[in-house]
Design a protein around this ligand. Structure first.
Ligand code: PMP
Length: 447
């Protein structure tokens, strides 16, 4: 069994000064691992254990860790003197904006922020300013950051969720204390892939915005059913709400234009983060000119406050430009490679589960994949909560960790391949999965 004595010692020392010992509570998983170094597809911890990484730090490392092209761009900016931002503007901001507007047809202009949470916050505020309405819709199982407008209804336990509701209000389940009731009464949960639940809310409340990931990637990979995203677009037009696609996880991971480009559905606003800067802290809000221009409205009563000391900081901005250059290289060949490698992983996993007689399905979009231990691909959180075997999910993740494969120790977290992963890495991973299942069968057989 792998041991983590140094990791444990560092965590307990950190815990004296940092509540829980980690700086994001989602990272407080068991066993605690203190990482020391990462390169390409691999990570090393302080105890000398080596891992093939599929977590990608919750998604950003689309090119792999320590990418040379990105690092060089960052080094150049440091050498030139990086404190060029807070007093005015830089060429880099414009260059990044130009690249994104060129890559995404429905984005007329962008603003540059630091984190995905800031970007979703600003998108919702723009929507409220534009519509003069306050109510917001978001799907069960969707995560859009930690702020009051969205910190609700991620993985509501089935007992509280109750039976599937088609055209009624879902219970508001906050994922954080400290959200005032006055505030939470403005947020309503809908079911992903359920247009009726959206329309019911529109009839009941004046909706400012619906925010959703185009693929639910915070509960694995839950795809939109055919017509769902188009249906959201039509409802937004019918009821006059702002459609926001949160592409913090899907943007630049599945295509340069994000999953919106893959699906061919244009939201009014979009937000990007994570993969856009391959691990450096940068997020973007972009979309229709009339909405984005509210940030600079000459009418002070309509103007939306845009501020942030570190917005457009040259280091992450240069990293984002370099990342997009790499992703766009050779007409986006990287995405075709992702498809090939992802397909190898998916078919390999499917065969292993079938041969072992394990009920499982593998959901995948390009480089991102997730195994659900159920007999069909889930359509929403309710479906998952009802059918997915989380115990088997946890078992696989725990056992893979022992074998040096890092899927991350939280159920339903999707895995991400990067440009640094190879066929040999995929095959090694498949062998490890096969080994876990064989060992489990043996244990079950002995009982
Ligand atoms: N939206 C989505 C879809 C996310 O997955 C996340 C982070 N997991 C966020 C927003 C928030 O981004 P950040 O952690 O950078 O604030």
């Amino acid at each position: 069994m792998t041991h983590y004595p140094k990791s444990q010692a560092i965590l307990s020392e950190n815990s004296r000064y940092i509540p829980g010992g980690v700086v994001s509570t989602n990272r407080a998983v068991d066993p605690p691992i203190v990482f020391e170094r990462a390169d390409g597809a691999w990570m090393w911890d302080v105890d000398g254990n080596r891992y093939l990484d599929y977590h990608a730090a919750f998604g950003p490392y689309v090119l792999g860790h320590n990418d040379r092209h990105v690092n060089d761009a960052v080094r150049r900016v440091i050498d030139e003197g990086s404190s060029l931002y807070g007093s005015g503007t830089t060429k880099l901001e414009g260059q990044l904006a130009h690249m994104i507007c060129d890559a995404v047809p429905f984005v007329d202009s962008i603003q540059v922020l630091n984190t995905g949470s800031e970007a979703t916050y600003q998108a919702l505020r723009l929507a409220r300013a534009a519509t003069g309405r306050s109510h917001i819709l978001k799907p069960q199982g969707g995560y859009h950051g930690w702020h009051n407008d969205v910190a609700c209804n991620l993985m509501t336990p089935l007992a509280k969720l109750g039976p599937r509701r088609v055209a009624d209000e879902y219970p508001f389940e906050t994922i954080s204390a400290g959200i005032p009731q006055e505030h939470s009464s403005l947020i309503h949960a809908i079911n992903f892939n359920d247009l009726e639940s959206v329309e019911a809310m529109c009839r009941k409340y004046p909706i400012a915005a619906l925010i959703t990931e185009p693929i639910l990637q915070n509960i694995g990979i839950v795809h939109p059913l055919p017509g769902y995203l188009e249906g959201l677009r039509a409802l937004a037009d019918k009821y006059g709400f702002v459609l926001i696609f949160d592409e913090v996880k899907t943007g630049f991971r599945h295509a340069l234009g994000g999953y919106s480009a893959v699906a061919g559905v244009a939201p009014d606003l979009v937000v990007y983060g994570k993969a856009i800067a391959n691990g450096y802290p940068l997020a973007v809000i972009g979309g229709k000119k009339e909405l984005m221009d509210l940030f600079v409205s000459p009418d002070a009563t309509k103007r939306v406050l845009l501020a942030g000391t570190y917005n457009g900081h040259p280091i992450p901005t240069a990293a984002a430009i370099a990342t997009i250059e790499r992703l766009a290289h050779n007409d986006g060949a990287i995405y075709r490679d992702f498809e090939t490698l992802g397909q190898r992983m998916q078919s390999g996993l499917e065969k292993i589960f079938k041969d072992a007689g394990t009920t499982a399905v593998v959901a995948r979009q390009g480089s991102a994949f997730c195994t659900y231990f159920m007999d069909h691909l889930p359509v929403d959180w309710h479906d998952l909560a009802t059918h997915h075997d989380t115990e088997m999910d946890a078992h696989l993740r725990r056992e893979l960790l022992e074998r040096g494969v890092y899927f991350f120790q939280l159920p339903m977290k999707q895995c991400s391949l990067s440009a640094a992963h190879t066929e040999a890495d995929v095959d090694q991973t498949l062998e490890a999965v096969e080994d876990v299942l064989a060992a489990r069968l043996q244990t079950v057989g002995k009982r």
